[in-house]
Design a protein around this ligand. Structure first.
Ligand code: FES
Length: 138
């Protein structure tokens, strides 16, 4: 099988999509740095930040980056994933993205990113925080 790195015109004049081997893709894939607020009140005395390198792909969301970190780099990271809708409806994944409030599941990653909970005073663990009128037991 033949692979090419650039776009190639087919005989009918239409563009042929890039085709790369998985190995070539890994070698050329851009990585971004994701800095994540970490705090487990049952263990930590002070919050801190952990930094992860995450492969970047166009259209990836902040939630995709968190999923990558959780599944490949650090399974101790706490964030709303399965408890949320991933559709921009429930707002459980609200947090600060580079200092601005946003939904992790709906916000595209554009480069190096810093993630924090919306309210530092209501942190249950890492990026999980209670919302107004909600207690830890809910
Ligand atoms: S998970 Fe529901 S809005 Fe993001």
């Amino acid at each position: 099988m033949e692979y090419c790195l650039g776009n190639k015109h087919k005989r009918d004049g239409k563009m042929e999509k890039n085709r790369t081997t998985p190995r070539e893709k890994n070698m050329t894939q851009k990585k971004i740095t994701v800095k994540v607020f970490r705090f487990d009140p049952s263990v930590d005395t002070e919050p801190h930040y952990a930094t992860y390198e995450v492969p970047f792909s166009n259209g990836m969301s902040v939630m995709n980056a968190l999923d990558y970190i959780y599944q490949n780099l650090d399974g101790t990271l706490a964030y709303y994933d399965h408890a949320g809708c991933s559709l921009g409806i429930c707002a459980r994944c609200t947090g600060k993205i580079n200092g601005k409030a946003g939904l992790f599941c709906q916000t595209p990653v554009e480069g190096d990113t810093c993630l924090e909970p919306l309210s530092l005073s209501k942190v249950v663990k890492d990026l999980v925080a209670t919302r107004r009128g909600e207690s830890v037991e809910d």
